[in-house]
Design a protein around this ligand. Sequence first.
Ligand SMILES: Nc1ncnc2c1ncn2[C@@H]1O[C@H](COP(=O)(O)OP(=O)(O)OP(=O)(O)O)[C@@H](O)[C@H]1O
Ligand code: SF4
Ligand SMILES: [Mg+2]
Length: 341
Amino acid sequence: METKINNGSNILCVKGLKKYFPIHKGFFKRVTGHTKAVDGVDFYIKKGETVGLVGESGSGKTTVGRCIVRLYDPTDGRVEFCVNGEMKNLIDLGKKELKEVRKSIQMLFQDPFSSLNSRLRIKDIITEPLVIHEIGTPKERLERAKELLETVGITADNMNKFPHQFSGGQRQRIGIARALSINPELIICDEPVSALDVSVQAQVLNLLYDLQKKMNMSYLFIAHDLSVVEYISDRVMVMYLGKIVEIAFSDAIYQDPKHPYTEALLSSISKYQAGSTRRILIKGSIPDPSNPPTGCVFHTRCLYVKDICRMEIPELKATDDTAESFVACHFYKELDLKGYI
Ligand SMILES: Nc1ncnc2c1ncn2[C@@H]1O[C@H](COP(=O)(O)OP(=O)(O)OP(=O)(O)O)[C@@H](O)[C@H]1O
Ligand code: SF4
Ligand SMILES: [Mg+2]
């Protein structure tokens, strides 16, 4: 994939990323196969850009995020991050250097109930990254915690409370304050609103959007559903069974999808169904990632499948000269797929 074209402005460049989990069976727990959670993924994120990552459950979205922050060691591939203008492969870095770079990449988790340490007070939760990275004096850290709480819309007099004293939306705001504490350049947001009540989802999304504009951070924004990332993303990536099948600007994904799986995901969004003349249901369920289909990974469920799809893997190719949009389908030029205006 032609990622080098945008290198000057990239904050992150992921190349050939793979993560295979061993499957253990029997009394002796022998390895009998591998779950190919991420199977050769390439993409970049520019400075200040929000890139959405969507796909059905089990497609490998969280695993991509966890490999980037090195919560998982990838099986193969490169995770390059821009450090002082130079792209450094995080996989090659020693412990000390990695710790330094990790300050710039934070992860925001799906579940605000389990991701905050229930035994710590809010002020200690927010200042924990500062303590880990030995930044500031205790007094300065406390000041920073106050400032961050106010930034996410919680008054500073709540600092001594514990997580259980807050609602889900407030807890996710506290998680955001914690992620912001060391001025990250990239935040991996793993379904940060999906565990929240619908009524507070938009508020937290708005907060993330405003913070990003104010602080010029980059986001990798993971979601199940195209409707959640529509509002916040500059570009959107669609993932299926460990592979990225389409990357495009938000408007293009919604109005002019180029991959049959993107078309099917779009047609499953309920707000688009009213008035729609054609609802495309994806047949069957997602195949077993330990035994993915040959050829195009989507061929077992694709409405437009032809013989070649069962044999040849379609490469993720740029669809225009800007090299910002990509699709992995043998027939993307011929297919007339349906989007939504
Ligand atoms: N720690 C692990 N050990 C073994 N298998 C794992 C592990 N984490 C994920 N997997 C498997 O890898 C595949 C991808 O999982 P992953 O959690 O990345 O998907 P996801 O797209 O984030 O799904 P969801 O939308 O449900 O969060 C799944 O088949 C999952 O069972
Ligand atoms: S390559 Fe074939 S099976 Fe895969 S998405 Fe395109 S048309 Fe469908
Ligand atoms: Mg996930």
